[in-house]
Design a protein around this ligand. Structure first.
Ligand code: FMN
Ligand code: SF4
Ligand code: SF4
Ligand code: FES
Length: 549
């Protein structure tokens, strides 16, 4: 394929999209599907026919538009108007008004801070394209980055762009992506592999799922570019089996890319060949840990092993392997297309670019958001999130899931970047962000996450297997009014033991929710222990259960 031929493909599909002066995009990502968005889409399609507008109005399914809890969401004429909470009965009015004033009772203002404080890079196509259409992706510069890389750049040059962009792994650890790619590129091996980690085990997190449901080709393209850069010809996506829609759309994207020579042998007529296969996980949190994930793909029990050697040198079946998160790969093609400087100009300090979060909890606006690094937590909670529900008092933001911590009010103006979050006793994590108010009990939150860790512990090493169970028991005792101040001291000691002696990240970081809640909300622990009271009124003290006869 010549560059002219490739450009023509994009141009043809751009023109095709413009053939319709009006368009109605109905969100068909999982949250909206669960709110019957597919029936809404069918009703709108029927109405378009009924009102004789087939030649002027295009109806498409799209990916996540962001405020998922208010779904089904619909975007009119490329975001001119956004409708929330749409039902089948609204279809006639929506279609009738397509070239008139928007239906005011359904409108969500695109000028609301929920949208204006965001910056979309990894989510650039989400909500703008049909995730099941390769042509839609091609119309919005899809696969142009891959084509450019294969025809004009050496692998080392590609890696240099990623290094210069400052991109860091979005799976939680924040390891510099360019450095990881460079290590795999330099590693000697007769074969190399690329793995996309789509295990997404943090409770409540849905960023990776949404990206795969909304823009699967961007992950396919990012993986292929990575394969070229590190010298791999085979990629795997390790995706949890509970994500049927993401799996379906990813499979469809891979098939479409293969048919158009964008995957497979001699991609775009170049010597580079790259295939992608899916491997389904069974929902074990530990299988998101890279060495456990590799064991699982190899068909062994998903248990971590000690590192070094790191997968970059000794990975899948002993070969050098690049493992990156879904969001990390989603950032690759925008970086190549728009340049490293564009990406590095967003963000703050050592945290460049944007971060996608699944915003949840006691705030008015929840959903999928992408923000520039360095934004303050206050902006996320009070502007994008529009504040706490029922005007209750803010208590904490939990980031990083079971490996993260709870950040109190005095840190609300702190910038969201890897270093600041770590200083505040939490982590960036993969993007779960739960806002809590005065009705949340911090002991109960710590207990919830410890319950998760003890259940998900693979049991391979003693500190984690026994320690998480012991810590859970102590937290249960405290939350039921049976704990002592000595328990609190023991709890802190155990946290330290787990952090320093566990084999993998699950055990090493499982203490974080406990440590951060003790650090910032110690008075809540002492109230449970000394006063036998839960200040938030969440925990049931044992004496409250006693039946007086
Ligand atoms: C217990 C545990 C679970 C993890 N789960 C995930 C996950 O679901 N998705 C993910 O991308 N990384 C997860 N990680 C981090 C991975 O081990 C690995 O660092 C990451 O996939 C690397 O990609 P990145 O550099 O793009 O972040 C987990 C780590 C631990 C210790
Ligand atoms: S006894 Fe328990 S810890 Fe030991 S190998 Fe069996 S399952 Fe693992
Ligand atoms: S820290 Fe926990 S999850 Fe990790 S290897 Fe040890 S027992 Fe397994
Ligand atoms: S799933 Fe529809 S807006 Fe997010």
């Amino acid at each position: 394929m010549t560059p002219e031929e490739f450009n023509k493909i994009g141009e043809t599909h751009r023109k095709k999209r413009k053939e319709y002066p009006q368009n109605i995009n109905v969100c068909t990502a999982a949250a909206c599907v669960s709110l019957q968005s597919e029936s809404v889409k069918e009703a709108i399609e029927e109405e378009v026919k009924k009102q004789g507008r087939e030649k002027t109005c295009r109806v498409s399914g799209t990916g996540c538009l962001g405020p998922c809890a208010t779904g089904p969401l619909i975007s009119i004429n490329d975001g001119e108007a956004l409708y929330a909470g749409v039902s089948v009965g609204d279809a006639p009015e929506i279609v009738k008004n397509i070239d008139k004033k928007p239906v005011s009772r359904l409108v969500v203002s695109p000028d609301s801070p929920f949208f204006t404080h965001q910056e979309r890079v990894a989510l650039e196509h989400c909500g703008n394209i049909d995730p099941e259409s390769l042509n839609d992706y091609l119309a919005l510069e899809g696969y142009e980055a891959l084509y450019e890389v294969l025809t004009t750049m050496t692998p080392v040059e590609v890696i240099e762009v990623i290094v210069q962009s400052g991109l860091r792994g979005r799976g939680g650890g924040g390891y510099p992506t360019g450095l990881k790619w460079s290590t795999v590129e330099k590693a000697v091996g007769e074969k190399k592999f690329v793995i996309c980690n789509a295990d997404e085990g943090d409770p409540g997190a849905f960023m990776d799922r949404s990206m795969l449901e909304s823009d699967p080709h961007s992950i396919v393209e990012g993986m292929a570019i990575a394969g070229y850069a590190v010298g791999a010809s085979k990629g795997y996506v390790y995706i949890r089996g509970e994500y049927p829609l993401a799996i379906k759309r990813l499979r469809n994207a891979i098939k479409q890319a293969e048919k158009r020579d964008l995957l497979g042998k001699n991609i775009c007529g170049t010597p580079f060949s790259f295939d992608i296969e899916l491997r389904l996980g069974a929902g074990a949190f530990v299988c998101g840990e890279e060495t456990a994930l590799i064991a699982s793909i190899e068909g062994r029990r998903g248990a971590p092993r000690s590192r070094p050697p790191y997968p970059a040198e000794y990975g899948l079946w002993g070969h050098p392997t690049l493992i990156n998160n879904v969001e990390t790969f989603a950032n690759v093609s925008p970086i190549i297309r728009r340049g490293a400087d564009f990406y590095a100009a967003i963000g703050a300090g050592k945290s460049k670019g944007t971060k996608v979060f699944a915003l949840a909890g006691s705030i008015r606006n929840t959903g999928l958001i992408e923000v520039p690094m360095g934004i303050s937590l206050r902006e996320i909670v009070y502007e994008i999130g529009s504040g706490i529900v029922d005007d209750r008092k803010f208590k904490a933001v939990q980031t990083g899931g079971p490996s993260g911590g709870c950040i109190p009010e005095e840190y609300l103006d702190m910038p969201v970047d890897y270093e600041s979050l770590a200083e505040a006793g939490s982590i960036m994590g993969s993007g779960g962000m739960i806002v809590m108010d005065e009705t949340s009990c911090m002991v109960d939150v710590a207990r919830y996450f410890m319950d998760f860790c003890r259940t998900e512990s693979c049991g391979k090493c003693v500190p984690c297997r026994v320690g998480t169970a012991q810590m859970y028991n102590m937290l249960t005792n405290i939350s039921t009014g049976k704990g002592t101040m000595h328990d609190l001291q023991l709890l802190e000691e155990l946290c330290d033991v787990l952090k320093h002696t566990s084999l993998c990240g699950l055990g090493q970081t499982s203490a974080n929710p406990v440590l951060s809640t003790i650090r910032f909300f110690r008075d809540e622990y002492t109230a449970h222990i000394r006063d036998k009271k839960c200040p938030a009124g969440v925990c049931t003290m044992e004496h409250e259960n006693e039946v007086v006869s």
